[in-house]
Design a binder for this molecule. Structure first.
Ligand SMILES: Cc1ncc(COP(=O)(O)O)c(C=O)c1O
Length: 441
């Protein structure tokens, strides 16, 4: 019988999941796959972690839902306090998804300027090739391929080019590249500064281009422009936050602090839908001395079951040098992928920070090009990897052929060897297929 389930690709023939444990996923046909991308860069601590399962069971037996308008809980206070101490913020506003966390950050920025007598500041700058979620605010912030679904409902804010060293730095030094990007940014700030509430930035690229790393000085320069023009800096760390890049927040690699931060994926780590907006003290103070209330919220936000689950995830993340050990394994993975590049012409670039790593594929390394429709090469390599038992994440921006390799941080070295072996074999298969149809690999 035809299923009534609507998939992204309507006639997709996907394996049916049965169970998962650690970095392994098992389908109902008896096949097992290594989770080379933590789902969608979500499962930072792996699947079926006993500490989290135990906390979920205990909480489910107590209370799963109360509305935040009626009750708070010591657990919710505790998680907010721990998150803020870990990241250096003063307030945490819980929501259910990364998109909502970005929307909430935008709304906090708008509220800050309303409360402080600058209501005309209601525009947001962002990068042309970023991803900030599937809601109208998020889609208004980027030129991601999905923007088309919102059509004219997405706002036409001005945008800055995304730093993309592999394709766009050319012969310039990093600092010259950063200086050129900042010159363009300054022009936008000078033209629109009085209308701008915020600039929304993914510190390290994610779903759109795949783990792009900005040149040194760029994020620091954007922070300085924000300060000069009175614009709030909003870091979208939905993918990069909470240890994925080896630090609590990725912006810390550049010593930059944003005014608002959206976190998501790693907060629930695949155990529950939860995300949060982290808010700087100055914004909270403005609300306190103004209206004293936040107009917003979602029914399930901060529900007791999600809070208990995220608290248990946070315990794991912050114990036993979990993030540091993950970072060491990321260095190992990175070196293995760089070696793989020597064997496979199809790998044009290996890049990333911590365990947020991407491979960008090309057929002609010199021209950095493919003969196929954009994305087709990455999709066929990911399909081949799946045939060999590894799941990797195809970037969805519609701009390139990149995949993210971002396994759980507690993957072992032996499991990393298996993952790289699957990718190696997938690349060999696709290169052979391309050679067979006469397309140079
Ligand atoms: C940087 C970034 N922001 C926002 C989102 C949206 O998060 P969600 O899919 O949980 O709504 C994503 C999801 O991929 C993301 O990578």
């Amino acid at each position: 019988m035809k299923s009534s389930l609507i998939n992204n690709v309507l006639d997709a023939d996907l394996p049916s999941i049965d169970r998962a444990e650690g970095v392994w996923l098992y389908d109902t046909a008896g096949r097992k796959y290594i989770d080379g991308c933590s789902g969608a860069v979500v499962a930072t601590i792996g699947h079926a972690h006993p500490h989290v399962l135990e906390a979920m069971g205990r909480q489910a037996a107590k209370v799963t839902f109360t509305h935040r308008g009626a009750f708070t809980s010591a657990d919710a206070d505790d998680l907010a306090n721990r998150l803020c101490a870990f990241t250096g913020y003063q307030g945490a506003w819980f929501v259910n998804s990364g998109s909502e966390a970005v929307e909430a950050a935008m709304q906090f920025a708008l509220q800050f300027f309303r409360e402080t007598g600058q209501p005309d500041r209601d525009w947001f700058l962002s990068m042309t090739r970023s991803y900030h979620g599937n809601t109208l605010g998020g889609l208004s912030l980027s030129g991601h391929a999905r923007r088309v679904v919102a059509g004219a409902l997405a706002h036409q804010f001005p945008a800055l080019p995304t730093a993309y060293s592999y394709r766009e730095k050319g012969d310039r030094s990093e600092s010259d590249y950063a200086a050129d990007l900042l010159r363009g940014a300054r022009e936008q700030f000078e033209e629109h500064g009085s209308r701008l509430a915020g600039i929304v930035v993914e510190p390290v690229g994610g779903a759109t281009l795949g783990a792009t790393v900005p040149p040194a000085g760029y994020l620091e320069g954007l922070r300085a422009l924000c300060d000069e023009f009175g614009v709030l800096m909003i870091a979208d760390e939905v993918m990069t936050g909470l240890g994925r890049t080896g630090k609590p927040l990725a912006l810390q690699h550049w010593g930059v602090k944003a005014d608002l931060v959206a976190i998501g994926k790693g907060l629930g780590a695949g155990y529950t839908p939860i995300a949060a907006t982290l808010v700087d003290g100055g914004i909270i103070a403005a609300i306190e001395s103004g209206s004293g209330r936040v107009l917003g919220g979602h029914t399930y936000a901060g529900n007791p079951l999600s809070i208990a689950t995220a608290s248990a995830v946070f315990d794991v993340l912050t114990a036993d040098d979990f993030i540091m050990k993950g970072d060491e394994k990321a260095t190992y993975l990175r070196s293995k992928l760089v070696s793989l590049q020597d064997e496979h012409e199809l790998i044009g670039d290996v890049r990333g920070v911590g365990m947020q790593i991407a491979l960008e594929f090309v057929q002609d390394r010199e021209a950095k090009s493919t003969n196929l429709e954009t994305g087709a090469l990455a999709r066929s390599i990911a399909r081949a990897a799946m045939d060999h038992g590894a799941v990797i994440y195809v970037c969805t921006g519609g701009f390139n052929d990149a995949v993210q390799i971002s396994p759980p941080l507690n993957i072992t070295r032996e499991e990393l060897d298996i993952l790289v072996d699957c990718i190696d074999r997938a690349l060999a298969d696709v290169a052979a297929d391309l050679a067979m149809v006469g397309v140079p690999a």
